[in-house]
Every structure is written in C-alpha cells, then in structure tokens.
Design a protein around this ligand. Structure first.
Ligand code: T4K
Length: 409
C-alpha cells in the first residue's frame, strides 16, 4: 500500500510539497468483504430458490448466529442500525424525552427525533467518552421516558451505574451497541445489558451486511413485538398487530453477514494487532495518545481512537488531520462537533441552553485512524514517522496551512 519512499525530512511531507505516502486512500471503515466464493455461493442459492427477503432462511440463520455471539435468546435483524434504533425505542414505548449522550453518531439522536421523541443530551465522562451516569440522574424529570446509552468505540459504558439509576426511576434502559458486536467486559457480553441492545452491520463495521442492523434481547414479548413492527406490524397473513414499518433485512445482506461471521476471529485479530502497532508506533507522537482498552474485556478493536493532548501538542487536531489526509491517511474527527451542535438540534430553541463542556472538549481533540486488513504494521510505522516529522515542522505546517487557507474541515 505505501510507496517505498521513506520520509526522513519534513520537506518530504505531502503537506509541505512531498508525494503522498500512500498511493490509495486508507479509509476509516473500509469494508471487509470476506471469502467472495462462499458469499457468491450463498447468493446463487438465494437466486435459485427465489427467496429474496421477508424472514428467509439466511436471515434466520444470521439471527441465531448473532444471538449466540451476543449471549441473548433473541435477535431481530433489521435493514440498518438506525431503523433498529427507531423500532426498538418505539417498541419500548420511549416517548416525549429520552436521555442520551451528544457524543455519538448523529443516527442515535435522529432515530428518536424521527418519531417525535426529544433527545435530551447528556455530558460524558472524560476518560471513557461514555454517558456520565451522574449527569443522567440530574436530567431526569416527569417527561423522561427512558435512557439510551451508547457503548462508544466498542467498550461497554457504566452498565451497572446506569441500570441502578434506571431501576430507581422506573425507566427503560436501552443501549446503542452499534460499535460493540462481539464485545464483553468482566465476562458479561454486550447484548445482555438493559432491556435491549442495538447492533449495526453497516458496510463500515468490521462485520457488515452492506446495510443492516439488529436488536438483541432476552425479552420474548419485546422480540415478538419488534419482529411484527419491522414487517408492517403483520402477525399473520391478514392480521396486523401493531403499527409497523418496513425494517427487514434481505437475504443477500444476511449471506454477507454469515460469510463474514466465518472470518470474525481473524478480522478481530488483525484489528487487535493493528491497535497494538499503533500503540507502539504513534503513542506520544505529535501530542497524540492512543485510547486504551480496559484489560478485563474482549473487544473487536474496530476503532483506533487517539486524542490530542493539549499540554504536549505542537499542532491542533485539525492540523494533524490535514497532515494525515495529505498522505492519503483519511483520519476522521468522529463524532465532531457532537449532536447538540448539529441541525436540527442546534437550531431549536429547546437546545439553546445545552452546555456539555466535556463533550465539546473531547469532540475537539479526537482523531479516529484507519485499521483493518488494508494496513500492514509497516504502514502504521510510516504513519508514526509522518507524525514525528510533522511535530518537528509544526510552525512551517501552520504557516503553510494559513497561506493556502486549506486546513481540512
Ligand atoms: N449508532 C452509532 C453509534 C453509529 O456509529 C452508527 C453508525 C449508527 C448508530 C447507525 O447505524 P447504521 O444505520 O449506519 O447501520 C459511517 C457509517 O455510515 C455509519 O454506519 C457509522 N455509524 C459511522 C460511524 O460511520 P460516515 O458518514 O462517516 O461514512 P462514510 O460514507 O464517510 O464512510 C466512511 C469511510 O469508509 C469513507 O472514507 C469511505 C469508506 N467506505 C465507505 C463505504 C460505505 C468505503 O470504502 N466503502 C463503502 O462502501 O458514516
């Protein structure tokens, strides 16, 4: 992937006129496709049998494999993580107001707002980036109908603290686990927390179904209701039990998921070894520190998250992102600037007084780096070299960016 050129001098940096290190862009979330022959074999079977969607055999098999992985009794596959969030929150009766973090992908908030439920944005813990249970409690009022927490970066949030608060206030608790497929912490698996948990199998997730999502739960009644709701509410051929929508996963999507499930262990091993290489090669370079995973868990390592440390940073976060993108390393600022600073929320008077200092600080300092089989350890070492060279040339880089007015945004 990387050109054989070695960069020894700051002038070799692409931002200062050198050639980009990588000939092809390294994207955060470049899809894994798995064994193409096995996938195509399944697609041929789908075409031969003419069973394309509507709870077909591949979807059913995929659901049972995901339930097994999550350690839950039920999995209801859906057309996307967003639709799964919409259907799950509606199924749980989350109305009026729901407390959730603003530091998440905007789909978490939109899934509520789309059906007229108001997200109430809560601040996060600085170390974990997860919703702060103390701050949740302070936001509960008579309009609160539930709590929607996010296992950001594929680490579990304070599930016990949140469960205790939810129980004390008689509120349903659900989790956006879109980053956390196959994760466990302290021997407890993601899937088993709260009333239900929502997964995403979007193309950019390490295990994808092109587009796709699922709700996992141990609650038989809820699972049945969600199954109806994803299929227009049908409970029989001519019988509708609920308001419903079309949230079904199709057979080709499930075939992709099943193919990638066969390779899940290898994909996680590659991500883990890349994460360890990043820790070795870039930690401390240019004021960047790689966020670590707690030692008592099993993770999918699909996100390599680094934070700019204000005390030893020589460049601002956006400058570092610009330097990397010039080299074809398409680092991302997930989840800048936070849902509360995006429309429609930022334009609504209800949100005018929202004050989330930790979210604002973290959103200004985070960088997500590419990982997956597209990268070798040599590539990661080269990224480390880029960052160290950039640190030595910080004033030149800032001057160049000012001159060209091209700081990436
Ligand atoms: N909750 C959370 C916490 C989430 O993170 C997400 C989704 C959801 C809920 C909702 O789940 P879904 O409804 O999506 O199932 C991407 C994904 O679209 C989104 O699924 C994901 N989170 C989010 C974190 O990232 P974008 O807008 O940043 O994606 P995009 O199009 O910029 O793609 C990222 C990079 O991947 C690009 O540089 C190009 C590369 N790419 C992408 C696709 C789709 C490819 O190389 N091939 C591809 O097919 O949102």
């Amino acid at each position: 992937m990387s050109k054989s050129l070695d960069k020894h001098d700051p002038s070799d940096l692409a931002i200062l006129g050198g050639d980009p290190l990588f000939t092809r862009p390294l994207a955060v979330g470049r899809p894994n496709v798995g064994n193409v022959d096995r996938f195509l074999g399944r697609v041929r079977d789908i075409l031969d049998t003419r069973w394309l969607t509507n709870d077909g055999p591949y979807v059913q098999e995929f659901e049972s494999r995901i339930a097994e992985l999550a350690g839950t009794r039920y999995c209801v596959a859906m057309s996307s993580g967003t639709v799964a969030l919409e259907i799950a929150s509606r199924g749980l009766g989350l109305l009026e107001e729901v407390i959730m973090p603003a530091f998440t992908f905007v789909a978490t908030a939109h899934a509520l707002m789309w059906q007229g439920t108001r997200p109430v944005f809560c601040d996060i813990e600085p170390q974990t980036h997860h919703i702060d249970p103390g701050a949740v409690e302070a936001l509960i009022n008579h309009r609160t109908s539930g709590i929607l927490a996010v296992h950001l970066w594929g680490k579990t949030c304070d599930v016990d603290g949140l469960a205790e608060i939810a129980k004390r206030h008689g509120l349903p608790l659900m989790f956006d686990a879109c980053h956390a497929l196959g994760v466990s912490q302290g021997g407890r698996r993601v899937g088993t927390f709260g009333a239900c948990e929502v997964l995403s199998f979007h193309a950019t997730k390490y295990l994808n179904t092109f587009e796709g999502g699922a709700v996992v739960t141990d609650d038989a009644e809820l699972a049945e209701k969600l199954r109806y709701m994803r299929n227009f509410g049908f409970c029989g051929e001519d019988c509708v039990a609920h308001l419903g929508t079309n949230g079904k996963m199709n057979e080709v999507a499930a075939a992709m998921g099943l193919t990638l499930l066969e390779e899940r262990d290898e994909l996680v091993a590659v991500n883990k070894s890349n994460y360890e290489a990043y820790l070795r090669e870039i930690d401390g370079a240019c004021g960047l520190h790689v966020m670590q995973y707690p030692s008592d868990g099993a993770y999918n390592y699909q996100h390599v998250v680094a934070m700019i440390d204000e005390d030893d940073a020589c460049l601002e976060r956006d400058h570092v992102v610009t330097v990397l993108r010039a080299e074809n390393v398409l680092a991302r600022r997930y989840f800048y600037p936070g849902c509360h600073r995006m429309k429609p929320y930022s334009a609504m008077h209800e949100y005018a007084a929202v004050h989330l200092p930790v979210t604002d600080d973290i959103a200004a300092r985070v960088i997500v780096l590419p990982t997956g089989p597209q990268l070798s350890h040599d590539d990661i070492a080269h990224i480390g070299t880029i960052l160290r060279l950039a640190a030595t040339a910080a004033p030149r880089i800032v001057a160049r960016l000012r001159e060209s007015g091209s700081a990436w945004c």
